[in-house]
Design a protein around this ligand. Sequence first.
Ligand code: RIB
Length: 318
Amino acid sequence: MGKVIVFGSINIDYNILINDFAKPGETVLGKTYLKNPGGKGANQAIAASRLGARTMIFGSTGQDADAQMILGNLNKNKVDTSHVQQLQHINTGTAFISLSNSGENSIIVIPGANGEFLVDDRMSDIITKLLKPGDIIVSQLEVPVDAVTKIGKIALQTGSFFLLNAAPATQLSDELMDLVNLLVVNELELSTIIDRDLTSLEEIENACRQLTNGKREIVVTVGSSGCFVGTNDGVRHFDALKVNAVDTTGAGDTFVGCLAAMLAEGKSLFSAVLYSIVASGLATTKIGAQSGVPTRQEVDLITRELLSKHPRASAGNI
Ligand code: RIB
């Protein structure tokens, strides 16, 4: 069984509960706010660990109380934080998340220490020694893209598997794209990468096929419409789990973390996707990016129920 090694952002989230989003120039009264540990990298690491993978995170924080809070939560969830750089001159990253009554969110991230995450020669040596074939490397784009590209190159050299969650949305260089084994994006991120508006599920499916192009596997998540999985054999659609969502913040991160954990266990991509659909669906039923991440037991139970309702499906043939 491989390890999951996450390279990514570590933030403190301010979840601001509102009725409706403010329009430009408008002032609205919010209901309350909560302070929670977050950051796409940290959320994904916690999800991978809670789903059963031996997990480690590389990232940067300040040396402040926020860092203590988030590192404490990572450690509590059995994520190895021994390689997190704690920088003296800068604050821990912060995210301001407006969360509406309908469970939708909009997020502004101030990168802080995440923006100074570096993969220098010393760090490259440490990572190279740690990685073994079968390990899953996970990254996102809230840390500098140069560092992410270096990590992709180390993954290639060491025979590890490189999963890139291209969030927040940005265009990707061919150099980085060619290093990626599995790309996970939502429809907005996909649209940014291919530089084209995607206005229907059919267009999303076609764009997924176009980007897969025999070079990499792709998962495109489409919220309550489920996800598309692009492989060499074509594109396949999976339905979302039916839940009463109260907060979608971090649901994509739970999806990615669970996917990495299942792939590290040796599950097939389709099987891993099914587990991730369940895990991310459950994650939306609680407020907060990390507090909603379900346990392996909860995910196993619902995945088995789903499989039993579809007699032709089994973890082996999905
Ligand atoms: O994906 C959700 C995360 O995005 C939040 O936890 C926030 O910190 C931002 O990084």
